[in-house]
Ligand binder design. Sequence first.
Ligand code: ADP
Ligand code: MG
Length: 293
Amino acid sequence: ATPMSIAVASGVGATNGILIKQGVALESLSRVTHYVFDKTGTLTEGRLQLVESFPAEGISEQSLLQIAASAEQQSEHGIAKTIVSAAQQQNLTLLNISAFYASPGRGVEAQIDGDKIFVGTADWMISHDVTLNSQWQSKVDQLEQQGISCVFVASEQKLIGILGLFDTLRDDAKTMIADMLANGLKVTVLSGDRQQVVNSVTADLGNIQRLAEVLPADKRQVIQQLQQQGDCVAMVGDGINDSPALIQADVGIALASGTDVSIESADIVLSHNQLSQVALARKLAARTLRTIR
Ligand code: ADP
Ligand code: MG
């Protein structure tokens, strides 16, 4: 493309809140064959809601939430922020923690009053010798089938309850993806969440690939594998964990609601935080490059 046509397209992008950091990103975008989307905060609104709470016997709902929120107070994950603000809404005071450790894509560990608290995935529980009986498993299966993400809470080696969080699909996701599929593009959703939750939340999105339970550290590798299969890949994300994947992709697209880190790693930033801007950027790139040929 000529510098002139790129400048014009960048200008049109900017008026629509699409910040193209370098002209070459537009050229790469016109060659993309495979769009990869993060789930939470990208395909979904990123406004997680605490919708379920199941304390173990002898534990009150309030105490479950208070302990979970206390352990999560230093985490910047969306799940943590939701749990903390739910506790604050109920006027629960956060307990002091004396140690904190976060494992990306798995959960957190904190010390409260000499007790080791774990909040996170089933794997995170199992790796700390917390036993999950079949009663819990059937409850979790039920929730996951409705697209509700389950977070386990344990004190020492004992499960004290589970919390269910829900996030709705953005209303422009379906149209955007239908349009991509109709244009022969491949689409993948890449998530750290459970397969059943990913399937349920994206059920309306048609024939896309759904990759679940991918740890943050492995997301970059998934992009690389698609590239090795011959795809030109655009990654659309918002989370701090997505940076390596955004960098690995041929085009990294960040939603502006995301963290500073992911915005820095991106080639294109969508400042209105709307998926329809992805569609617009795609058309802008196609139009610009076609004019030149
Ligand atoms: P996503 O791909 O949806 O952004 P992540 O890779 O960040 O998800 O996390 C994957 C899973 O790990 C979450 O669904 C959650 O179960 C668990 N997890 C990660 N961080 C936390 C946390 N701070 N508290 C509780 N659970 C967490
Ligand atoms: Mg994320």
